[in-house]
Design a binder for this molecule. Structure first.
Ligand code: PEP
Length: 247
C-alpha cells in the first residue's frame, strides 16, 4: 500500500517570514493521512527543519550536487542536505533541466549521490508542448525514466513526478485520460525494470498547475499517489485543501 504524498516545491520563493506558512500547515494537519513534504529554498532549510522537528511535516531540498564535497562554489551536496535534516530532494525538475542544462544522465548521478546518503529522490520527468503535439510523450517519458533513475532504486528511496513542462505554472492541466495514460505507462516501466513488487511500491506524483479546485479529480486517477505542487504550495491556505483532498 503506497502512502500518498503531497510535496510542495517553493522554488526560488520564500523569505524567513514565509516560514509562518509551515506553522499554519502544522496546525491544520496535526495528524495527516498522507505524507507532507516542503522543499523550500536552501536558505530556509535549517529553520524549516527546526520548525518541523517532531511534526508530521518533512523538509526536502530542490537539487543537489553529485559529489559529496569539494570545489563547487554555490552548490550543495546530498550529504549537506541530509546533515541539515532534509529527508528528500527534488531532482531533474524541468526548470533545472532548462536553466542549468541538466541531462537525464546527470540527474541519475545526482540521484545516486542522494540515495547513497539516505535521501528520498523525487525524480521529475515530463514532455514539452512540442513533444506532446508530435505524439512523442511516452517515448520522451520512457527515455527520461530509463536514463534518470539509478539502478537499486526502490519504493523507499524513489518517487517519480510526472510534470508536463507545458502544465507547470501555466494553469493548463492535462486531461484525466492523458495523466492516467502516462502514470500507467510509468508504473509498467518501473515494474518491468525493478520487478513487480518494487515497481508497485514507488509513488508516482502528478505535478503541473495542481490547485484545490482540480485536486479531487487528479487524485482519483489510477496510479496517481499524490502531487508535486509549485505555486499553490507557497501559502498554507492554498496547500492545505490539496492535502485534505489527498487524505
Ligand atoms: C512545479 O514547479 O513542480 C509545479 C508543479 O509548479 P506549479 O504547481 O506552479 O505548476
Amino acid at each position: 500500500m503506497r502512502r500518498k504524498l503531497a510535496a510542495g516545491n517553493w522554488k526560488m520563493n520564500g523569505l524567513r517570514a514565509s516560514l509562518k506558512e509551515l506553522e499554519k500547515l502544522k496546525d491544520e494537519h496535526p495528524d495527516p493521512g498522507c505524507d507532507i513534504l516542503i522543499c523550500p529554498p536552501a536558505t530556509l532549510l535549517a529553520p524549516a527543519v527546526d520548525m518541523c522537528w517532531s511534526s508530521p511535516l518533512f523538509v526536502g531540498g530542490q537539487t543537489c550536487h553529485h559529489k559529496l564535497a569539494g570545489p563547487h562554489t554555490g552548490d550543495i551536496s546530498a550529504e549537506m542536505l541530509r546533515d541539515v535534516g532534509a529527508t528528500a530532494v527534488i531532482l531533474g525538475h524541468s526548470e533545472r533541466r532548462a536553466d542549468h542544462g541538466e541531462t537525464s544522465e546527470e540527474v541519475r548521478l545526482l540521484a545516486q549521490a542522494a540515495q547513497e546518503v539516505g535521501l528520498t529522490t523525487i525524480i521529475c520527468v515530463g514532455e514539452s508542448e512540442f513533444q506532446r503535439e508530435a505524439t512523442n510523450t511516452l517515448d520522451i517519458i520512457g527515455g527520461q525514466l530509463s536514463l534518470s533513475i539509478p539502478d537499486g532504486s526502490n519504493g523507499e528511496n524513489l518517487v517519480v513526478a510526472y510534470e508536463p513542462v507545458w502544465a507547470i505554472g501555466t494553469g493548463q492541466v492535462p486531461t484525466a485520460d492523458q495523466i492516467g495514460e502516462v502514470h500507467d505507462f510509468m508504473r509498467d516501466r518501473l515494474e518491468n525494470r525493478f520487478g513487480y513488487g518494487v515497481g508497485k511500491s514507488v509513488r508516482l506524483l502528478y505535478g503541473g498547475s495542481v490547485k484545490a479546485s482540480n485536486a479531487d479529480e487528479i487524485f482519483a486517477i489510477s496510479n496517481v499517489d499524490g502531487a508535486l505542487v509549485g505555486g499553490a504550495s507557497l501559502k498554507a491556505a492554498d496547500f492545505a485543501p490539496i492535502i485534505t483532498a489527498l487524505e
